[in-house]
Design a protein. Structure first.
Length: 437
């Protein structure tokens, strides 16, 4: 059987509709493991192809028995049209991913079958059912045990960026109101066997790796053991990972070990400088009054800090924007990610705002974190957009960019971060200038 697995072009989910197949995106794209892991559990009797539409076009007249499409909320409208087009040609289509998991009945209108949640358990069964002509409309969520999480078939990924990726755990014990991770992957953290992670890491040809885990600090002792193994076995990779800013700032021994193991940067979800907004979002692990000290501690150990900020919580008032920009610049954060609060289907935030009648748009293509689709509590939608634009413009102004890049050179002493952090800054600036202005 010939199977085609597709990542829909991300640009179809945003308002600019610009071509993303640029040399910059090919070099510095953010790799994903979803379809390579689906391919890894596909029985060898089948012929599998992975197609990333960000880099190559889909041939709707190709010879395929089954097409699987990975769907994000922002790509859903376009993915549905793609699925309909294949089905008109008599090709069976399976939809999976975050959005079909959140809204399976909606997705089923455009598919022969919908896979909910992770696919390692259900996908082989689906293929067996398909062979027998007994394809089910839905394959329910089933979280594989950690030893069953496969080594991805990255050999099937035609266009690979400079960065590799790996995942050593799934699940997140936190219950942040705006986040779909725990709803999709579960609250129980499933840790893969260390030996399997190390062996996979050794096979990755890239010198720079991104950990696709929700956070390495929620599995603190396990991460320590991994770092020690990386050092002992001389894995010799540079890497970037997610971590809780306060937990990182309180444990210098953890930071020291991470640095020795090759860490060059941490992505930390600051989310807000407002304690009230953090409480509202159920981000109970964050302490805003400790941010500055934590950032300085992380950077003192030679690792950069990339901080994520969200605007639009109910506790946010129009003065949050200038206060946030001032803090971000004072704290010497190496790169910033600024998003508009977005109520993704499947999250508690979506359920709450929908029940309150505050979501005014369910055009999923606008769910990009660069549009306002709901009524904020203490400002207008226009004020939320304008305030976010003002922060982005101030943070990614040319003088501030140059100041940050010089500060990073001094931090890294021309090591790996002196290349990666400028790349992140320029990629972020390019994205924000395109999406917000």
């Amino acid at each position: 059987m010939k199977i085609l697995l597709i990542y829909p072009k991300l640009e179809h989910g945003v308002t600019t509709q610009r071509d993303s197949r640029t040399p910059f995106s090919k070099l510095f794209g953010n790799p994903t493991l979803t379809l390579p892991q689906v391919a890894a559990v596909t029985p060898p009797e089948h012929e599998v192809r992975i197609l990333d539409e960000n880099f190559e076009k889909v041939d709707f007249d190709g010879d395929y028995d089954l097409v699987g499409i990975s769907v994000l909320t922002m790509t859903a409208p376009y993915a549905y049209k793609m699925a309909d087009k294949f089905r008109e040609r008599g090709v069976k289509v399976v939809l999976g991913g975050y959005h079909p998991t959140a809204l399976p009945e909606e997705a089923k209108q455009h598919a022969d079958s919908v896979v909910l949640g992770e696919a390692e358990v259900s996908w082989p069964q689906l293929l067996e059912d398909f062979k027998k002509g007994k394809l089910k409309p839905f394959y329910n969520m089933a979280w594989p045990e950690p030893e069953k999480i496969p080594e991805p078939r990255m050999d099937l990924v035609k266009h690979q960026p400079l960065t590799g990726c790996i995942q050593m755990s799934r699940g997140c014990p936190n219950a942040c109101e705006f986040c779909s991770t725990s709803a999709f992957l579960g609250k129980r953290v499933r840790k893969r066997p260390l030996k399997a992670v190390i062996e996979e890491m050794k096979k990755i040809p890239n010198k720079l790796i991104i950990f696709r885990d929700a956070s390495l600090t929620t599995i603190h002792s396990y991460s320590r053991e991994l770092f020690k193994e990386m050092i002992e076995q001389k894995v010799n990779k540079k890497w970037i990972a997610n971590g809780n800013i306060n937990l990182l700032g309180r444990d210098e021994k953890f930071l020291e070990l991470a640095r020795k193991a090759g860490c060059i940067a941490w992505f930390v979800g600051i989310e807000s400088i407002s304690p009230a907004s953090l409480k509202e979002a159920h981000k109970i692990s964050n302490r805003a009054d400790e941010y500055e000290k934590a950032i300085k501690t992380i950077r003192k150990h030679g690792m950069a800090v990339v901080a994520g900020i969200i605007f639009g919580f109910d506790g946010d008032t129009p003065d949050i924007f200038d206060a946030t920009l001032e803090s971000m610049l004072e704290w010497d954060i190496d790169a910033g990610e600024f998003n508009v609060l977005t109520p993704y289907p499947g999250t508690p935030l979506y359920d709450r705002l929908d029940s309150e009648g505050r979501i005014f748009s369910k055009d999923w293509s606008k769910y990009t974190q660069s549009n306002v689709v709901y009524y904020p509590k203490n400002m207008t939608p226009e004020e939320l957009m304008e305030g976010t634009r003002r922060v982005i413009k101030g943070y990614y102004s040319t003088p501030q960019m140059m100041k940050r890049l010089w500060g990073n050179v001094k931090l890294s002493k021309l090591a790996a971060t002196s290349f990666v952090v400028p790349s992140i800054n320029f990629a972020m600036r390019r994205y924000y200038m395109r999406e917000f202005f």
